[in-house]
Design a protein around this ligand. Structure first.
Ligand code: IMP
Length: 191
């Protein structure tokens, strides 16, 4: 068993919230929904999936393979300050998109929509580039935690206010490679 410490318990000891099969099924459904929404409406242009590093990388990889409309990828990275308990609301872009999105149909892809600060910042930023359209897809949505009004167009799962890891999501950069979504135990958090 890989190292397991009180602060970083092994993922196998954590309760499963969504199995990899449940995640795969929902991702396929959302891909089909996106296909239905965009097929024949993009003037032959690929849609642009913009993933928010690093958490959304795995969801984006699976979602892209479930969408039957030509698509390209790009990635942005942000850092946020004091996100944990009392958020300052300050989000800073640390990696911008590589290719222009003016006139393109764009979907921002995120792992979790939590307070909404990250996605409202990114949405504002992306709209400045004048895309033909801009939508949001998120694997998880925690509506109870919202500090700013923002909703995603495509949501795989709505969850209560619980801290989760796996399927790209981390606690202190760990557990991103866990292939199902698990509840991180509160007694191990806060270090
Ligand atoms: P927001 O700006 O509060 O909506 O921040 C969303 C970001 O916070 C997500 O992209 C995640 O990186 C992180 N986050 C929020 N909740 C969780 C969680 O339960 N597990 C892991 N990361 C989380």
């Amino acid at each position: 068993m890989p190292n397991s410490t009180p602060n970083f318990p092994h993922a196998s000891t954590m309760d499963i919230l969504f199995t990899k099969q449940q995640i795969a099924d929902r991702t396929r459904e959302i891909g089909a929904q996106i296909t239905a929404d965009y097929a024949g409406h993009t003037n032959g242009q690929p849609i642009v999936l913009i993933g928010v590093l690093k958490g959304a990388a795995i969801f984006l990889a699976d979602l892209a393979r479930s969408i039957d409309v030509d698509n390209t990828f790009d990635f942005v990275a942000v850092s946020s300050y004091g996100r944990a308990k009392v958020s300052s609301g300050a989000v800073k872009l640390i990696k911008d998109i590589d290719n222009p999105i003016e006139g393109k149909h764009v979907i921002l892809v995120e792992d979790i929509l939590d307070t909404g600060l990250t996605l409202s910042y990114l949405r504002g930023l992306m709209l400045q580039h004048k895309p033909a359209s801009l939508k949001i897809a998120t694997c998880l949505d925690k509506p109870a935690r919202r500090l700013v009004p923002i909703e995603a167009d495509y949501v795989a799962f709505k969850i209560p206010n619980q801290f989760v890891i796996g399927y790209g999501m981390d606690y202190a950069e760990r557990y991103r490679g866990v292939d199902d979504i698990r509840l991180f135990p509160e007694e191990a958090a806060g270090h």
